[in-house]
Design a protein around this ligand. Structure first.
Ligand code: KG4
Ligand code: ZN
Length: 389
């Protein structure tokens, strides 16, 4: 099954094309093309993602990125026959009317492309920034209409879970045999949650953050230290030169009985510390970054171990942008091997940790039964949650 996937939930525009199938040994994916275009440079000025700007940028870049992805996959062919018939034009004028830049790019490019052989379009419908999500969704609907391809609504967080699993041999990926129950720790800019999977596609949220997500805390602490957006990679870069414990920070909710998190207090503790120190030099910043990183990882690790013990889980899956953090990867590997040696640990490839469309293709394949040509029912769901299916 050939899947085209689209991701526009936040500040990365992503398009991928994969061939997916169940073969004797399990699920296999062949990546024909996978492109991500980051808007980071644009949002840097604002110190965070600015939703209307994100939407406009997705609208401007999605069609050209899609064309490049088709070319990468060897699926781009032009045709002299104009592929959009008249009655249809009005229908998708309606679909695209809220995205004028997307509409003009669409009309100037897509009718000249020979419809490629693609079986379904997977698109992120949530969670994320709704104006940004709508760009990908409306593009998927318009393509679906003219090329007569069904659309699969995909959950961004399911993408983060599933993209941690494949062992990557260049462009061929296969999914391992996961032993259930599994616990997934999802850590990104918008989420911090522990999820129980009793089987494929079944998700039960065991605990989540009560305030800031851990990625958000990385971004805010970076700002307090005068580092640019996005803060996660910056914190982890300077933390390498720091010493933990020089400025002790709290480990919020480390000993609470539940599986909830809280990171707002940790961020505020950094703020007060920085105010008390006055002018900061590089070594202050490195020591604070390192202690902050250790504090956040301590809490994530201890709650993950607790969840695994409580539910007798056989597998731990980590997903989301913060899983790109080197120190976190290293400490989870060592600690899980030490205290839970029989638990299988999956951490995504670094390129698959942060947002990308490949993860949406994988989620789309798993959710292929949801494919529909009745796309009126597909809407952006900013607060979409993982469910038991
Ligand atoms: O999953 P993601 O790309 O987007 C969302 O779905 O939110 O996650 C983005 C988050 C940002 O908060 C970013 O600072 C954080 O992931 N991040 C990191 C690192 N790389 C990205 N946090 C810590 N260390 C990193 N190396
Ligand atoms: Zn994400």
């Amino acid at each position: 099954m050939r899947i085209l996937s689209i991701e526009t939930s936040c500040d990365e525009t992503g398009v991928a094309i994969v061939d997916a199938g169940d073969e004797g040994t399990g699920v296999n994916f062949r990546v024909l093309a996978n492109r991500t275009l980051s808007q980071v440079a644009l949002h840097k000025e604002y110190g965070g993602v600015f939703p209307t700007l994100a939407k406009r940028e997705h609208s401007r870049t999605l069609v050209p990125l899609f064309v490049r992805t088709l070319k990468d996959a060897g699926l781009y062919k032009t045709t002299s026959r104009h592929v959009i018939e008249h009655p249809l034009r009005e229908e998708f004028q309606q679909i695209l009317e809220r995205e004028p830049e997307l509409y003009s790019a669409f009309i100037s490019e897509i009718p000249h492309i020979d419809p490629p052989s693609i079986d379904a379009i997977a698109v992120t419908v949530g969670p994320g920034l709704e104006p940004a999500l709508w760009v990908g969704i409306n593009f998927a609907k318009a393509l679906s209409m003219i090329w007569k391809i069904p659309v699969i609504p995909a959950n961004h967080m399911e993408g983060h879970v599933l993209s941690s699993l494949p062992s990557n041999h260049k462009d061929e990926m296969s999914l391992p045999a996961v032993e259930f129950p599994a616990v997934a720790l999802l850590i990104s800019g918008g989420h911090t949650e522990l999820v129980l999977m009793r089987d494929w596609l079944s998700y039960e949220i065991l605990g989540e953050t009560r305030d800031d997500a851990v990625g958000e805390a990385f971004d805010k602490v970076a700002r307090i230290l005068g580092l640019p957006y996005p803060g996660g990679p910056e914190i982890s870069r300077i933390a390498q030169h720091g010493t933990p414990g020089v400025y002790p920070l709290p480990r919020p909710m480390l000993r609470s009985d539940d599986l909830s998190f809280s990171f707002a207090g940790l961020k505020t503790a950094v703020l007060y510390l920085v105010r008390s120190l006055g002018e900061l030099d590089d070594s202050h910043k490195a020591n604070i970054a390192r202690e902050f990183e250790e504090a956040a990882i301590d809490v994530l690790l201890s709650k993950s171990v607790r969840a695994i013990e409580m539910y007798d889980a056989r597998t731990l899956i980590i997903g989301g942008g913060v899983s790109a953090n080197d120190r976190l990867r290293d400490r989870f590997r060592k600690e899980v091997a030490r205290v839970l040696p029989s638990v299988l640990l999956f951490i995504p490839d670094r390129e698959l940790s942060t947002d990308n469309a490949l993860m949406i293709a994988i989620a789309g394949y798993f959710e292929r039964e949801r494919a529909t040509r009745d796309t009126a029912t597909i809407i952006a769901q900013g607060n979409l949650r993982l469910t038991q299916g």
